[in-house]
Design a protein around this ligand. Structure first.
Ligand code: SF4
Length: 373
């Protein structure tokens, strides 16, 4: 069975009907079970569950510690390029975004400098990012960037445009071990409105990309939706179904979920379905009860105060000291276009200190090739 079949078996009216019928007893039942189904997740995500959020958070914390102990993995993004041929209406890298700031694609020497700078801070895990511009930033360039990064870091992941199986295999052959790709939104009508040009218009090609990457050998897959594009209570159900499908079908792959919230969008774009801090907390703790073995990532898109509060609720991985512009570590003063402004401006050392104060162990390296031998 393909994931599309599962997605189509859960149309929005079916999910809304479940939400409409949730009672406090359903939430208590979902809390008490060890294995939860979609009905349980709906109950935990529903407004009816809000008075019981503390109980759900305690269970989320218990499950997270059982699976991951008190570890928080650290990673940093490296933007390889800010050139993009797509025109996603919510993004600062969009081809239509006005502005005088430079669009660049890093040279091999510049990538090396970014790696060297981050490595000196202690990082062992990086995420390489580009826009959607395969004519300027082809898979072969990204593969070379993986090779360079692999000389510096134990773990290299990418967050780039959706690719074919052969292209993912190429990246894996050059040292890639992880792939992040957000569906942005599972709602097809909204997806079409937000992605009007370029290859990204192809909903199905993007929907199936994470599975292609896993089949090609990516050891870690990170998924998510862009919170704010559509009703998060509906999106979380579709995302959870997708994650559970992959857990079963690609059980060799370590799965994680990110919670990117739309912030600082281009002028003229109103976030259609904003998610509040409380919403974010509810989706993290509810999803943890449905996906007890998945890693949960929280980036510097969120403020320092909120990240500190969310940390013990189910988070297992955080970025720190991030730059969202190409060359932002080696040449921090450059006037290059950034994808978005980060909220948590603390240095890696400050984030590490915060993690320790909270009673957790910051982990720079959680993987070595020797594990595979
Ligand atoms: S979201 Fe990605 S593909 Fe869309 S405009 Fe931004 S960088 Fe380009």
């Amino acid at each position: 069975m393909h994931f599309l079949d599962i997605l189509e078996s859960w149309p929005e009216p079916r999910i809304r009907n479940l939400y409409d019928s949730v009672s406090p007893a359903d939430v208590r039942g979902a809390l008490s079970r060890e294995r939860r189904d979609v009905r349980d997740l709906v109950a935990l995500l529903s407004p009816v569950a809000i008075p019981m959020l503390e109980d759900i958070a305690r269970e989320s914390q218990r499950l997270t510690r059982r699976q991951f102990g008190r570890t928080i993995s650290l990673y940093a993004p490296i933007y390889l390029s800010n050139v993009c041929a797509a025109s996603c209406v919510y993004c600062g890298f969009s081809a239509n975004a006005a502005g005088q700031q430079e669009r660049v694609t890093l040279s091999a020497a510049e990538i090396e400098l970014e790696c060297k700078t981050l490595s000196a801070m202690g990082y062992e895990s990086v995420l390489l990012l580009t826009g959607d511009a395969p004519a300027v930033v082809p898979p072969e360039y990204i593969a070379d960037a993986c090779s360079i990064a692999r000389r510096w870091f134990a773990s290299v992941a990418v967050e780039v445009y959706a690719m074919d199986a052969k292209e993912y295999e190429l990246l894996c052959a050059h040292g890639l071990d992880g792939m992040t790709l957000y569906m942005e939104t599972y709602e097809r009508g909204v997806y079409a409105q937000m992605h009007r040009h370029g290859r990204k218009r192809d909903y199905l090609y993007r929907l199936e990309a994470v599975e292609r990457a896993a089949a090609a050998g990516a050891r870690r897959i990170s998924m998510g939706v862009l919170l704010g594009l559509y009703d998060w209570r509906i999106e979380m159900i579709w995302l959870a179904l997708h994650a559970r499908y992959l857990e079963r079908k690609r059980w060799q792959t370590a799965l994680s979920v990110s919670f990117p919230r739309l912030r600082h969008t281009p002028p003229g774009f109103q976030i259609p379905h904003p998610a509040s801090d409380m919403d974010l907390a509810q989706m993290i703790v509810a999803l943890r009860l449905f996906l007890p073995e998945a890693g949960f990532n929280l980036s510097t898109r969120e403020s320092a105060q909120l990240r500190d509060r969310l940390l013990p609720l189910g988070i297992t991985s955080m970025s720190a000291g991030s730059s969202t512009r190409p060359g932002g570590y080696g040449a921090p003063e450059c006037n290059r276009l950034a994808q978005f402004e980060i909220e948590d401006q603390r240095s890696p050392a400050e984030v590490v200190a915060m993690i320790r104060r909270a009673g957790y162990d910051p982990v720079w390296k959680d993987f070595d090739d020797a594990f595979l031998e």
